[in-house]
Design a protein around this ligand. Structure first.
Ligand code: SF4
Length: 340
């Protein structure tokens, strides 16, 4: 069953810092802070209009929920209580900064039926965190993640790919350390350079070169496989396609279907490996590949890019078929190999 969120955005409220990449006003496309009456209206409307509210949570996203003034935080949480329980929503999710978690705050969140906490880890390299003005350290990510787990909340971690001064080594180590914290979920946000941010200044001055988009897609695809193999769900990959982001971005790793690009690449590299293996073993090139049935289009690729690549490269029209016994991202050659 697919998890759903009733998202209530809290733009920039409670942030003790101004991170180099952030322009929350653009990302959430609103400047007004929601009050109790807004929460009531959004939740009532969702309750009456949604055909299926199972596995649905109220989600306070967009700012640093636990850093907003306590009276305001309690106003939002109190209001949400009327919409949680039998025949209503299953709980509350929040997102916040790693340095805005304490035992006292977690006690409050427990009392108000918060079930999941997402931390904006962004990078596990202290020099990258500093260069991007995050104002917290990787050690604080580790400490808060462990405390959240200790209190029995579901843990989500958000990471950014391609931050200012981040090297391939930093990216690899971040992935490795995030997996080591065993979150339930991960969101991967490849950097999009928005107007009116520090990153925009660095980029325009030439001090911030970007990795090629294809390399970013290939790298993030590999990370997605590794998260999947570690039992961690990647619930988001790429900023959601929005006219606001497209209008206000200067550069970065943006595509309206970024996740799909990464997943297309995962299947491309797996099929390509099977081709290379056949060539190495002097076997007939495989033409039929099996994947999980709901992944056939990912393996075919957007606009059939994968199928067309193998047609051009090997003069073979590959065929993708479904096999319910296969796992996500698993690919098998679906025919007998014949020696040549
Ligand atoms: S990224 Fe989060 S913590 Fe940083 S300025 Fe934006 S909302 Fe605040």
């Amino acid at each position: 069953m697919k998890h759903k969120n009733i998202s209530i955005f809290i733009p920039h409220a409670g942030c003790p810092y101004q991170c180099a990449f952030c322009n929350q006003k653009i990302i959430t496309a609103q400047e007004k802070l929601p009050r109790a009456e807004d929460v009531r209206k959004i939740c009532s409307q969702a309750l009456s209009e949604m055909p299926d509210i199972s596995d649905t949570e109220i989600a306070f996203f967009g700012g640093s929920f636990t850093a907003i003034p306590e009276a305001y935080m309690l106003e939002l949480l109190e209001t949400a209580q009327d919409f949680i329980g039998k025949d209503k929503f299953s709980g509350i999710r929040i997102s916040t900064r790693p340095d805005c978690i304490s035992r006292d705050i977690l006690e409050i969140l427990k009392k108000y039926h918060v079930t999941a906490i997402e931390l904006g880890a962004q990078s596990m390299s202290n020099s990258v965190l500093k260069a991007n003005r995050r104002g917290h350290t990787a050690e604080q990510v580790v400490k808060s993640a462990k405390l959240i787990r200790h209190y029995g909340f579901a843990l989500g971690l958000q990471v950014m790919f391609g931050l200012y001064k981040s090297s391939w080594t930093d990216e690899l180590e971040t992935g490795w350390q995030i997996r080591d914290l065993k979150p339930d979920t991960v969101r991967i946000y490849p950097v999009v350079i928005l107007k009116d941010t520090k990153l925009a200044e660095y980029y325009q001055s030439g001090a911030y070169p970007l990795f090629p988009l294809e390399e970013a897609v290939a790298f993030i695809g590999q990370q997605m496989i590794q998260y999947h193999e570690a039992g961690i769900r990647v619930i988001k990959c790429g900023l959601h396609a929005s006219e606001f982001v497209e209008k206000d971005m200067l550069a970065g790793y943006y595509h309206p279907a970024f996740r799909e690009l990464c997943e297309n690449h995962i299947y491309f590299s797996k099929i390509n490996s099977l081709m290379i293996e056949a060539i190495t073993n002097k076997q007939k090139l495989p033409e039929i590949f099996a994947v999980r049935p709901d992944c056939i289009s990912k393996a075919v690729g957007q606009k059939k890019t994968n199928v067309n690549y193998f047609q051009n490269q090997y003069q073979i029209r590959i065929k993708i078929i479904g096999d319910e016994n296969l796992d996500l991202y698993e690919v098998k050659s679906a025919e007998e190999s014949v020696c040549i």
